[in-house]
Design a protein around this ligand. Structure first.
Ligand SMILES: N[C@@H](CCC(=O)N[C@@H](CS)C(=O)NCC(=O)O)C(=O)O
Length: 267
């Protein structure tokens, strides 16, 4: 039996749900409410001391880190395979999945700058301060402070948009060779980025690839056409949450696109 500790809108957890859906693996669902702070409760810290999702427990064996979990699932559940069988093919998939943590950091940057900042904007300064001062990691705390202060005008956002541009450029080139990032077959390389793109789309930011990268645009549409997209990602997002994302993001759409164009020109 497989148990998944996850959260509805968490992009890393969605990566694992897509793999479970593509392989048709049944699982027991244990939802963690990140907004309510369930990840910091002692009973969850006993599951994952990093206070994050996802975690799986499979036949008594514990694993965290979404990319590692996906590789494990692909090894433990043979069909359908989500990586090639040859060494070079697997290495090429790994080149993509290795980038996911850095891109996840950029997704986090955008979400804090756009959505979490909007949520806190009308709160008293001491409430805003308390939100980042409670973060134990000093670098993350400072990142939140700057993003809550400057929002999408922050240099951290410019840096994230530059990294997105580099990713889209590399994807556009790879997709000249086939419909998926590693050629003819849909693999873990594709799976790793789908929920990230979905989050950017939910933040009204899809213009940053749609205006410049046609193959990336088609690739994301192909990903969304797979049944796993609906069952593992879209169906999990509560409608009021999706509407909230749209409401707070829409006023920032043009600024984000302009800052992306600046990042493109600078690279
Ligand atoms: N590198 C980890 C990142 C895990 C992570 O940061 N998960 C986020 C959700 S996508 C989380 O649980 N955040 C906890 C929080 O917001 O306090 C992975 O890929 O699994």
């Amino acid at each position: 039996m497989l148990t998944l500790f996850h959260a509805d809108t968490a992009v890393c957890a969605a990566k694992v749900r897509v793999t479970l859906a593509e392989k048709n693996i049944p699982f027991e669902s244990r939802m963690i409410d990140l907004g309510r702070g369930d990840q910091f409760k002692p009973e969850y810290l006993a599951v994952n001391p990093n206070a994050a999702v996802p975690v799986i427990i499979h036949d008594g064996k514990w694993l965290n880190e979404s990319t590692v979990i996906n590789e494990y699932l692909d090894d433990a559940f043979a069909n359908p395979p989500l990586r090639p069988s040859d060494a070079y093919g697997r290495a090429r998939v790994h080149l993509w999945t290795k980038r996911e943590d850095s891109i996840h950091d950029c997704i986090n940057t955008m979400t804090v700058a756009v959505v979490f900042r909007a949520d806190l904007l009308d709160k008293p300064p001491e409430v805003r301060r308390a939100r980042y001062e409670s973060i134990p990691d000093a670098a993350k705390r400072e990142k939140w402070r700057q993003l809550l202060e400057l929002g999408v005008d922050s240099p951290i956002v410019g840096e994230a948009l530059g990294r997105f541009n580099k990713l889209f450029r590399d994807m556009e080139q790879a997709l000249a060779e086939g419909p998926w990032l590693c050629g003819e077959a849909f693999t873990l390389a594709d799976i790793g980025f789908i929920s990230f793109f979905y989050r950017m789309e939910a933040m009204e930011a899809k213009g940053i690839w749609e205006k410049h990268y046609p193959r990336v645009t088609d690739w994301f549409n192909r990903c969304k056409a797979r049944p796993s997209f609906r069952t593992a990602i879209a169906d999990y997002i509560p409608a009021p949450r999706a509407a909230h994302f749209t409401r707070v993001s829409e006023p920032l759409r043009e600024t984000i696109e302009r800052r992306f164009d600046e990042a493109m020109q600078a690279s």
